[in-house]
Ligand binder design. Sequence first.
Ligand code: ZN
Length: 142
Amino acid sequence: MNVLTRTFKEGRTEVVRIVGGDFFEALQKVLEEKDIKMGKVSFIGSFKKVKVGYYDDKTQSYVGIEFNEGPYEVIAGEGNISMKDGKPFPHIHVALGDHQGKMFGGHLMEAEVLLVEMFIEVLEGQPLERKPDEETGLTIWK
Ligand code: ZN
């Protein structure tokens, strides 16, 4: 067992609306322009196309699944912002709904946005840095 904790104070909340384009490109631009290094992310909306995945610890790599017949409702998008290689890095998971109202989702790898309405709660304190971890093969908070 290996547990890390760090204490932060709640800072400001940024409200973000994205119409069209690449989800991660838009989010990265907001994070850098607003100088957000640590935070909580939650959003709803709709994606035209999306790729979600899961981490396979046996191969130590992400397996991606593409969905190209949207739009898909973003029922819940949740994530965090921390630092990686000197830049803010978002880690996002989504629960999505298809045309039958069935849910699926996973680790968000790529998305083409129809609409996203997002809250970013900025956390004040020494930002956590993601660094490679040999045991898991992931880049984790160190
Ligand atoms: Zn993940």
